[in-house]
Design a protein around this ligand. Sequence first.
Ligand SMILES: [Zn+2]
Length: 623
Amino acid sequence: MWGYQTLQAAYNNCVIGPIMHQRRYVDSKEIVTVRSISGDLDIPSKIRCKCFFYRQLHSIGPLHLNKQRLPWVTCEPTSLKLETPQILAFYSPIYRSSFHLHVFLISLFFISEALISQKLWRREKKEMMGSDPLSQTKPIPIPTQEEESSSQSAALLSFNTDSSFDPSAKESSSKPSTTIIFIALILLTCIALSAAFAFAFLFYSSSSSSSSSSPASSATEHSLSRPLKKLEKPVVLLVSSDGFRFGYQFKTPTPNIHRLIDNGTEAEMGLISVFPTLTFPNHYSIVTGLYPAYHGIINNHFLDPKTGEFFTMASHEPKWWLGEPLWETVVNHGLKAATYFWPGSEVKKGSWNCPEKFCMNYNGSVPFEDRVDTVLSYFDLPSSEIPVFMTLYFEDPDHQGHQVGPDDPEITEAVARIDRMIGRLIDGLEKRGIFEDVTIIMVGDHGMVGTCDKKLIFLEDLASWIEIPAEWVQSYSPLLAIRPPPGYAPSDVVAKMKEGLESGKVENGKYLKVYLKEELPSRLHYVASDRIPPIIGLIEESFKVEQKRTKRKECGGSHGYDNAVFSMRTIFIGHGPQFARGKKVPSFENVQIYNLVTSILKIQGPPNNGSSAFPVSILLPSQ
Ligand SMILES: [Zn+2]
């Protein structure tokens, strides 16, 4: 009921449900149609929900409300920073239950205290007035000064310092106060014990209810990894759905993705991308365990200041791609790897020579079905030939997200299509009798946020403080990266830009924060590479920076913002012999995935930015 009220409260403040019709004008008012819990609803397009509600709804999203799946919720701007995880935690089932428990216990405590106070007050009054049976039935009189003193002592709140106080009365009140302390202590002990039992029960029921959601699970399966039945070696299939924002899985029925979730392990509040939340830096972090500053792919395109050369998404020379990607680690161990598209996979580096048979050159026009079928065909090879590590990449729903933003029905359709591809994959594995043997790790690289509200910041507006020519700017949005030419001190440029942005005279200036890269928040890990330009601007979610005003209509979606922003999160699902069924784990950064994969394959990779303890925390121990 509590959750339902929350939803109602949010309903009055938020856009709830998928947007069924994009903005349009009715009676000169801009409106959108949203499918809410009570049917389709026309609402002003400018309505914005407060972050507070956004957090609530996103966090209770995975729960089931009144046995119905929570409708999709959208609102912006949203800036859910990682610094406030307790808010998420508060609304998770266990904390929600403990909230109720707390309210109950606190109420119990106050009621008990009030009852004791009243009872003792009456008792003392009785002692003082003699045992007149009538006094018990009389209405409670307004306490006299003496009565008030004893009543106060009964409440353990005050000490009597009045020297003129009648000593006999004092004597009579000291006895009950010892009793009161004793009773209060017993009561507190009882409350503490009941709380402990209740928590134990909640934790137990939480874990057992999550396991009961998976029909095939049993108690023993939760303690040890499951043995391989048909395959001879563990095989990891790493699937990426580009721009699959965390929460998309609730937009539409996704039975296949949910089959993996229900029978596998999921990052309950999503996978955290690395900064900048862009495709190439993130995909390469996933397979190297390194932050972009260390694996070298610091943006989708950038300049190497040492050589003056430009990196683009078609650059396959090994000099750009630092670190050791998983396919290389696998081959180093004498095992086979196969890549059906992945940024960096075509780069011939170290022991990885991108073999024709197992390494596909990127071609976005290959139908998704063909990609799935090709990967499935690898399992028909003789046992020793089956690659132990495979990648599979889909451009959707990123592709649509850029064009129409995250709330368009096109996204819903793209998500449904990705789900069908997962279904095709599961079917193929089941036909081969290896679905339970193969480890499927399904991830995205980043989230997506709408950019339709003319939330623009123009560099030309800074001209009164400093001219920023377009040649200085390596990227605008959502990562502003500026490299001034020699002769300009970056610190001076930053100081002047800040002055302008903070002057209140630059439109939307307060939504852009510029930093010398060394002064960026350390949690972004975005400094230790010459390739990172000296000046970085962090743009508030869903804002964009442009050089100058144009007549271009802006409306779509974007990503690349601070990775602490909730809309930049994506999904993580692990399904396979070493993943517990129905398990939820807290969000983590994608640099942890490298060690997770090497751990499953029982091979050793080089040190990286992931934690060596992470796999133990998420995987089932081996048999
Ligand atoms: Zn994208």
